[in-house]
Write a protein of this length. Structure first.
Ligand code: GLA
Length: 393
């Protein structure tokens, strides 16, 4: 249905007779556990969701590139040749296609024609569900296909991450791009961010569903304290690694932290290191519990993860804490935590399916009473990674 509508919109915006067009989709992702450990080479457990970004694309006969986003209708059609691909604040969302194109050209991939693009995303922007990584990956998947670059998934992941880090200027880890490329229906991805290798863990949620609650407290990842946290945690972790004689953060055990943490004189750095080591070990355990289908204990680790992100890593906020509080007090909730970078954005929750309506009502009412605005609530399925869509769908 969505695809048919987008094709209609595409032809209205960019009518070019007889031009073949293709449709691609890249999901958003939600991280079940493993918050702020990817950039330290730890383990994370995200999954792709059935919300994401659609792209209709068609080659042109010239060398111009045009894009229209249904999410930013007011901006209209943006267009550029291949000659000016530098980042430009005023280009807004169009910087993402520009960044990807620039990166591909610099790597020697030959983009032989221009093309028209129409985008539509149903993930909330800047809410911690990776709308930007989804946009990067949908573009890469499309260009890879229509120009036959033969890029592998991991190559696309690394290009998208490079664009985010060096072109957009957000110093993120690899989790978002990886989960979006490698997502698999009904599976979580236990990803080792040091080796960039994953294992799928089947998610049998039984009579439960994933509920994502957007606090609607906007956060700006690039402006946030993300980089500051990275640096603070690294300083403490370095001390423990040296003392424990371990080369990688992912090898650090809880015992190492308990034995050597008093060597870290700065209290903030100690707390940051504590979160990373405990969270990494929690994620490994959570992966095991999910494999064993032990949802109750899996949920407990999700709750602990939130506490640690709140108290030790200090990346939560009142709105997220309140949402988690409302959920963990409810018998129909298996686990609840903030997800993504934090400082606003979303919580991820595992809830009993037949209690969803009641929970939505309760959360809306209480949250509005406390903050004067509503959250947005999504019930999500675990979906596939980026792919081409069949046109008849
Ligand atoms: C953002 C980043 C990820 C990861 C999370 C926190 O989503 O893009 O790389 O660091 O924050 O877990």
């Amino acid at each position: 249905m969505i695809v048919r509508e987008l094709l209609k919109d595409f032809y209205e915006k960019f009518y070019v007779a007889n031009n073949k067009c293709n449709v691609f989709f890249a999901p958003g992702r939600v991280n079940l556990i493993g918050g702020h450990v990817d950039y330290h080479g730890g383990f994370v457990l995200p999954c792709a969701i059935n919300y994401g970004t659609y792209l209709v694309i068609s080659k042109r006969d010239d060398n111009e590139v045009y894009g229209f986003s249904k999410n930013f209708k007011d901006i209209g059609i943006l267009g550029k040749g291949f000659d000016n691909l530098e980042y430009d604040e005023s280009d807004n969302w169009f910087n993402y296609p520009k960044g990807i194109i620039k990166n591909l050209i610099e790597k020697g991939y030959k983009i032989s024609n221009g093309f028209n693009m129409l985008f539509y995303g149903n993930i909330p922007n800047g809410a911690g569900l990776s709308s930007s990584a989804s946009l990067e990956l949908v573009i890469l998947t499309a260009l890879n296909s229509i120009f036959d670059f033969k890029l592998t998934k991991i190559e696309m992941v690394l290009i998208a991450k490079e664009v985010e880090n060096d072109y957009v200027g957000v110093n993120c880890g690899i989790m978002d791009q990886y989960a979006i490329a490698f997502g698999k229906k009904n599976n979580a991805i236990l990803l080792d961010c040091k080796l960039n290798k994953h294992e799928y863990v089947e998610m049998d949620l039984k009579d439960n569903k994933i509920m994502i609650i957007n606090s609607n407290k906007q956060r700006k990842l690039a402006d946030s304290k993300y980089n500051e946290r990275r640096d603070e945690s690294y300083s403490g972790l370095k001390i423990i690694m040296e003392k424990a004689n371990k080369k990688n953060i992912s090898e650090l055990k809880i015992e190492d932290f308990e034995k050597y943490n008093n060597e870290i004189s700065n209290e903030t750095e100690r707390k940051r290191a504590k979160h990373v080591i405990y969270e990494n070990n929690r994620t490994i355990n959570a992966g095991k519990l999910l494999k064993e289908n032990d949802l109750a204990n899996f949920g407990k680790l999700i709750n602990e993860s939130h506490k640690s992100l709140k108290n030790d890593y200090e990346v939560s906020c009142d709105e997220l804490d309140y949402l988690v509080e409302l959920m963990i007090d409810d018998d129909s909730v298996i686990g609840s935590r903030m997800t993504g970078a934090g400082f606003g954005g979303c919580t991820v929750n595992i809830v009993k399916e037949n209690e969803i309506e009641r929970i939505i009502e309760k959360v809306n009412k209480n949250y509005f009473e406390k903050f004067g605005f509503y959250p947005s609530i999504y019930v999500a399925d675990v979906g596939d990674g980026c792919k081409e869509m069949r046109l008849e769908s």
